[in-house]
Design a protein around this ligand. Structure first.
Ligand code: ATP
Ligand code: MG
Length: 265
């Protein structure tokens, strides 16, 4: 059975249709990257998957069950980090952990939060007690990533989590997320939905790439690396197969934008 099945999902916040019939089938442990122009509805689809918006047309099944509300089984990482500004970096993690792991003592929560900080390259001795405004954007994103992985949810929804970071910090965090995903959690590899604007980021991270057309959007292209070798950072810019796929994806996105612009004229 598919871990996540999205069947003919159309969605409008008000009158304007944003998603125009999305179909996706995702297996447990897939790393799905969603690409598409700004405004095509990528965040909207994540919000539906998170249970933050109500599905009105079509259905989304997780392990065969329709989504009815938000759940700790589907954890979201927002582009703006989503940390509470009045709580320390460490407390931002423990407060989430406390919701899910109700039996852990205060000391155990702190130990677990600190361990996850270390897992994403943060030193809890330095960062734990700082407020989000007292740490850098990259450190905030690490903290949000630590919190999401600490929750050990089978499904992770990541909305352009590294969009605001410099290239070096971004590369480090991409590697961190990839290795945490490869390692898996208590229930095996997590299923990740990762929204990005960057084709190279999708090529590096994804087991499966889906491109949205412009709204009302449908999936206009998919590619799976399953059963093939995944692109690696060291070789992706010299591997002719990866480069051909990269050019193809960029062309598909550009053609879609031009077609819509021509239709408006
Ligand atoms: N809460 C809302 N109420 C009404 N309209 C909304 C709401 N959130 C988003 N929209 C509209 O829905 C459309 C899709 O928005 P969405 O945020 O899903 O796009 P996106 O693909 O994530 O774009 P970006 O790449 O810029 O983040 C946009 O036209 C946006 O204005
Ligand atoms: Mg978005």
């Amino acid at each position: 059975m598919a871990e996540v099945l999205i069947k003919d999902v159309s969605f409008a916040y008000d009158k304007e249709l944003i998603l125009g019939g999305i179909n996706l089938e995702v297996e447990a442990g897939d790393f799905v990257c969603l690409l598409g122009q700004s405004g095509c509805g990528k965040s909207t689809l994540l919000r539906l998957l998170a249970g933050l918006e109500k599905i009105k047309q079509g259905e989304i099944l997780v392990k065969g069950e329709p989504i009815s509300k938000p759940s700790y089984d589907r954890i979201m990482v927002f582009q703006d980090y989503g940390l509470f500004p009045w709580m320390s970096a460490g407390e931002n993690i423990t407060i989430a952990l406390k919701q899910k792991f109700k039996n852990l003592s205060k000391a155990e929560l702190k130990a677990r939060a600190s361990e996850w900080m270390r897992n994403v390259g943060l030193d809890p001795e330095i960062i734990y007690n700082k407020l989000p405004m007292e740490i850098s954007g990259g450190q905030r994103q690490r903290c949000a990533t630590a919190r999401a992985f600490a929750m050990d949810s089978p499904i992770m929804l990541m909305d352009e989590p590294f969009g605001a970071l410099d290239a070096v910090t971004k590369a480090l965090l991409q590697d961190t997320v990839l290795s945490l995903w490869e390692k898996g959690g208590e229930h095996g590899r997590k299923t990740v939905f990762f929204v990005t604007h960057e084709v190279d980021e999708a090529l590096l991270l994804a087991t499966d790439i889906f491109i949205f057309g412009q709204s009302p959007s449908k999936i206009i292209f998919k590619h799976s690396f399953k059963g093939q070798k995944k692109p690696r950072r060291e070789t992706m810019f010299t591997d002719p197969e990866v480069m051909a796929l990269r050019n193809k994806i960029i062309k598909i996105i550009n053609d879609e934008v031009n077609a819509k612009a021509a239709a408006r004229e």
